[in-house]
Ligand binder design. Structure first.
Ligand code: FNR
Length: 386
């Protein structure tokens, strides 16, 4: 079928665009303001050359590594994404199943549409929960307890979202709060009957992990989203990270770190990992590309903590570059969402297979038979020559 003819992530993106109503596709695909950071996240990888060693024995490639204390098949993980049920009816479970099949680490978002307990029950693979610190610290503490109870292996605290970014595509499409769909948007929904609206508006769609706290308000999905947005706390500081680290007392990554100074502070505050991220170009437009920050961050915190490069990964070779620059692993959002929209679990499976094949082939061509042997010798920015 169409999935097997997709040769790369760009092809899956085209399939997703065909399948989804335009406002939904744009919600996945878009970034904030002028989308400068969105574009740079991916294009920054092109500025690095891969420098091969020849005539090394590449008959067997060791790809495995450890993330959040869990063994994974290769240095990739799946980033947390909200509202997943809007992209495909099988939602988070489809993504998690494909992730487990590939031996990867899955992240469930607070803004997800599957209850964390339900996910944990249906899914035996390694998993982390992405948390926010809410105005109501009791709600955050409750999440910590629920994640421990359900057997999550780690937490990721997202810190780049004190306020929602300015996603202008969503505004143009009327995908706002409350929705103000334009005629063009409504036409696009009508022209995509294969994408089922009931999966979105029906009883199954809500922000499953937080809804029990607002049942009393009898909130619908949209006002619930509004409610949650209003719960993000702009007074959050490093003290809250210390509090969360003590409360959880397990693998904890801080997601949304850009500078080496903040990475150092995160580790000093109790984090065991850093996710270098600008939220896939959806928050602060103008922020640097994560790949360009890897070396600085690694130098600042040493070899112990996990350093995860999140944003702009579209090829397996991007992962080789990031690891050579000092990252423990990379994390992807849109690449698996394009796959999900294109074909549910099989689509995510296709995305992960393509990236793994590219990764392994690049390792062989670069003459490196173990991810642990990748180092700064294998990447170069040409301008460093002059
Ligand atoms: C996201 N991202 C995100 N991050 C987070 O911490 N919590 C969330 O709920 C979401 N939701 C979300 C929805 C959608 C549709 C996208 C595309 C992204 C950001 C995500 O975790 C990750 O940082 C980026 O997707 C990485 O960039 P790439 O791989 O999409 O280029």
């Amino acid at each position: 079928g169409a999935l097997s003819r997709a040769n790369n992530i760009a092809d899956l993106r085209v399939l997703a665009r065909r399948k989804l109503p335009r406002p939904v596709f744009d919600y996945i695909d878009g970034g904030s303001d002028d989308e400068v950071t969105l574009r740079r996240n991916a294009s920054a990888f092109e500025h690095y050359e891969l420098v091969p060693d020849v005539l090394t024995d590449v008959s067997r490639i060791e790809t495995g590594t450890t993330l959040f204390g869990q063994r994974v098949r290769w240095p990739l993980m799946l980033s947390p994404t909200g509202l997943t049920r809007m992209f495909h009816g099988h939602a988070e479970l489809a993504v998690a199943r494909a992730s487990a099949k590939h031996g990867l680490l899955y992240s469930l978002s607070t803004m997800g549409t599957t209850r964390l307990e339900e996910l944990a029950e249906a899914y035996g693979g390694p998993k982390v929960f992405q948390i926010y610190i809410f105005k109501d610290r009791g709600l955050t503490a409750e999440f910590v307890a629920r994640c421990r109870e359900a057997g999550f292996h780690g937490l990721t605290l997202t810190v780049d979202t004190p306020v929602a970014g300015n996603r202008e595509r969503d505004r143009v499409n009327g995908l706002s709060l409350p929705p103000r769909l334009t005629m063009k948007s409504m036409l696009s929904f009508a022209l995509h009957p294969a994408w089922s609206l009931p999966a979105v508006t029906g009883s199954k769609f809500d922000l499953a992990n937080v809804s029990h706290r607002v049942d009393a308000l009898a909130a619908g999905p949209i006002s619930l989203f509004d409610y949650i947005g209003g719960q993000f706390d702009r007074t959050v500081t490093w003290r809250d990270v210390e509090w969360l680290a003590a409360e959880w007392n397990g693998p904890l990554a801080i997601k949304g770190i850009i500078t080496p100074e903040d990475a150092k502070r995160a580790v000093d505050s109790g984090a065991t990992g850093i996710v270098i991220s600008n939220h896939g170009g959806r928050q602060l437009d103008g922020a640097p590309a994560p790949v360009d920050q890897i070396g600085l961050v690694r130098d600042a915190i040493g070899t112990g903590p996990d350093v995860i490069c999140d944003g702009g990964i579209r090829r397996g070779s991007d992962v080789v570059k990031a690891v050579a620059l000092g990252a423990t692993a990379c994390s992807i959002g849109r690449p698996y969402l394009y796959g999900l929209a294109a074909g549910g679990e099989s689509g995510v499976d296709r995305a992960l297979s393509l990236l793994f094949e590219e990764f392994e082939r690049t390792m062989i061509l670069a003459g490196v038979n173990d991810v642990a042997k990748l180092d700064c010798r294998h990447v170069r920015r040409p301008q460093e020559l002059w």
